[in-house]
Write a protein that binds this ligand. Sequence first.
Ligand SMILES: Nc1ncnc2c1ncn2[C@@H]1O[C@H](COP(=O)(O)OP(=O)(O)O)[C@@H](O)[C@H]1O
Ligand SMILES: [Mg+2]
Length: 368
Amino acid sequence: MKKIGILHGMESTFPQAIIERINSLGLKDIKAESVLIDVVSQSEPTDYAVIIDRISQDVPFYRAYLKNAAISGTAVINNPFWWSADEKFFNNALAVKLGVPVPKTVILPSFERPADTTEESFRNLHFPLSWDTIFAHIGFPAYMKPHSGGGWKSVYKLNNAEELFKAYHETAQLVMMLQEEIVFESYYRCYCIGGKYVRIMQYEPRNPHHLRYVTGEQKQDSKLLKTIEDYVLKLNHALGYDFNTVEFAVRDGIPYAIDFCNPAPDADVNSVGQENFDWVVETAANYAIERARAQKPGQDNLTWGTYVTKAALKLSPAVEAPKAPKAEKVAAPKVAKVVAPKAEKAAAPKAEKVTEKKPVAKKATAKA
Ligand SMILES: Nc1ncnc2c1ncn2[C@@H]1O[C@H](COP(=O)(O)OP(=O)(O)O)[C@@H](O)[C@H]1O
Ligand SMILES: [Mg+2]
């Protein structure tokens, strides 16, 4: 008997529904339950073949638990190592390499210095930044948002430099991206499960939260949907997410990927609607069963994206990056004694501040 565990926080529809769905199949070799954690000891395996992680982005203890589970063979959905490494600015850079259109984007140093740093910590930073170059590149209106965030927290739409500096001031120690606005004729949010099952949902982010998912029959451009599906698969294969959503804003018929770092995507029936909910429960349940059956105890059972495995990262010729310069050979140290470098104290992570003053819209359902 293999066990599938769901690790979740305040969610109250999706975790319960997927457990019920898996158990209702009456399979002899598989059962599902809510994960129960007590003493966590290094390198000790869990008794879960698969864990679906819906919450470790908010609970660092859970992230550590999941890495420890993974090293002893649990197939964690999504890969906790990659999730820890990933963020939105890197996602955009990867999209460019893959030939998936994204808005022009730059990353900004946090407005406030990280805790335990001084002016001297930033001797490598040009000050002030070349704002004129940034404004000429990105233009206005522009969007500014955290490079690692979600739930529409601290997302700003800015019309000019004055608004930008006022908002930047509010973002304290958050690392922000500044991005070209895509004035869109339509918007889509797409689930991608197992790197193969895609559900494209038309979405109207300008509506109130409960009316964002467009329901009923819509006239759709099949060529556009096909392009969106291709982009969804391409991005998720490179990133290696088993369960993710990708958002696109369509401008002049071209889908631009806006937000595709959602490894615990909103799956609440009250926001996605019954039809989408049924699809995500059934598809995620079947996929978890597939992963449980394929899981080999004691081995690595995680999904690693092609960016990491380098197996099939195809650079689009039109956007091929210049070759990276050859890394300089590191000279072997002459003395045996290892002198620890005077490392700067790492900044303690601060809880994400929710800037409610000027969000573009109401906060989305908390993933926590
Ligand atoms: N570059 C952009 N152009 C147009 N709209 C955007 C852009 N970036 C974000 N938005 C709007 O802001 C919303 C929230 O931004 P998003 O990047 O999805 O952040 P989050 O991860 O917090 O959901 C999007 O759903 C979209 O409506
Ligand atoms: Mg979003």
